[in-house]
Design a protein around this ligand. Structure first.
Ligand SMILES: Cc1cc2nc3c(=O)[nH]c(=O)nc-3n(C[C@H](O)[C@H](O)[C@H](O)COP(=O)(O)O)c2cc1C
Length: 370
């Protein structure tokens, strides 16, 4: 699974893996892919430093990257308390009532609730970058919107390639204008924040729109034939997020959630604003149904919704309240039917890719691989 881009980066497979877990990122890089660590949850620079130290020591000398979230709409000069004050009482009551209806226990005094608005603020992302630029990262990716020009410049000064996720050709062209090096064309099927265009349609649109920039196809990819399809559509590689969630290296902290992911079919996700206020694909649960149903008060815009549900999500996760328990994940969840090591995922991708290329050649009446 080699392409011009994989050769440029010195990796064996043009498979990029986004993951919030350092152990998964390291395993992806060791397996010959390109591990990219999600930084959004690191609100304390020391935590990020600790995990980058670990990642650097365990990536086997292979390249790896970091993904930050700098929303296009900036949340600046606003504190968490300001945002808290903007949340209507009706919405707070809905959260309380939904949790009470499922008997979800309270957190113990002093326990932090996972999700904080701060991870989505540009100044926090900049603090993360101040830490990350001290490490030999080879790629910096930005999730929501084009990265600021000065960040692109700082990365380029350090010989770091810059990538940005795009859900439309228009977004991809905006990224190109700020001088990024790689566009991740992320389709509707993907886990996490996603647009409305399917990967099959989006990838060639973006490839054409930003030519000659290399494009990675993302969303709904989890098998070798799908990697082959992505390259056929003009992508220089693939960017996978969901598939790693059920690897043995992932640390979901919830056996019940792993069981739910392994049991879910490709139709068991929903694109809902319930988690952050922006449409994000996730497991469909009674929690997303409550928010998206007619009895709900409607979701709030980002970052209010994320802050409103932060503690509730932590409580649901901690006590593994199964009907409400979910996570961002894409439609590829239907193929995630057994826990496997990251290496086993790569073995499966490679085998499937080779078979797919052989099959296409056979069908087309050609012999041998290109
Ligand atoms: C649990 C989870 C969390 C994610 N968080 C982020 C994030 O913080 N930043 C980002 O750029 N993309 C994030 N994504 C999206 C991935 O980077 C990737 O584009 C997507 O997972 C690809 O589609 P797939 O889920 O079908 O593999 C997340 C995806 C998942 C499944």
């Amino acid at each position: 699974m080699q392409t011009e881009l994989s050769r440029k980066l010195g990796i064996e497979h043009a498979v990029f893996g986004f993951t919030p877990f350092p152990a998964v990122a390291a395993a992806i890089s060791r397996a010959g892919g390109f591990g990219v660590l999600g930084a959004v949850r690191y609100t304390a620079p020391d935590d990020l430093k600790r995990d980058l130290d670990w990642l650097d020591a365990h990536a086997g000398g292979r390249p790896y990257g970091l993904d930050v979230v700098m929303p296009a709409k900036k949340v600046e000069g606003v504190t968490e308390a300001d945002v808290e004050a903007m949340i209507p009482e009706e919405h707070r009551r809905f959260v309380r009532d939904t949790l009470a209806a499922h008997g979800v226990p309270e957190l113990v005094e002093g326990e932090a609730s996972g999700w904080r608005i701060t991870g989505w603020m540009e100044q926090v992302a900049r603090t993360q970058l101040d830490v990350a630029f001290d490490y030999p990262i080879r790629l910096l990716a930005n999730a929501l919107g084009s990265p600021p020009a000065d960040i692109v410049e700082r990365a380029h000064d350090r010989d770091i390639l810059v990538a940005a996720l795009a859900g439309s050709a228009r977004h991809a062209r905006k990224h190109q204008e700020v001088g990024i090096d790689i566009v991740v064309a992320q389709g509707y099927e993907a886990g996490g924040h996603t647009g409305e265009i399917a990967t099959m349609v989006l990838t060639p649109e973006i490839v054409e729109a930003v030519d000659p920039l290399p494009v990675l196809a993302a969303g709904g990819i989890g098998s070798g034939p799908q990697v082959a399809a992505a390259l056929t559509l003009g992508a220089q590689g693939v960017w996978l997020g969901s598939i790693w969630l059920t690897t043995t290296e992932a640390d979901l902290h919830s056996p019940a959630l792993t069981r739910k992911l392994l049991a879910a079919g490709s139709g068991d996700t929903v694109r809902s604003r319930a988690l952050t206020g922006k449409p994000a694909r996730q497991l469909r649960t009674e929690w997303t149904d409550a928010w998206d149903g007619p009895a709900g008060p409607g979701t709030l815009p980002m970052p209010l919704q994320g802050l409103l549900v932060a503690e509730a999500v932590s409580r649901i996760q901690k006590y593994e309240v199964e009907p409400l328990l979910g996570t961002p994940v894409g439609q590829i969840v239907g193929r995630m039917t057994a826990e496997r090591s990251v290496q086993a995922v790569f073995d499966d991708l490679t085998r499937g890719f080779e078979k797919a290329v052989d099959r296409v050649n056979r069908i087309a009446g050609r012999s041998g691989r290109p």
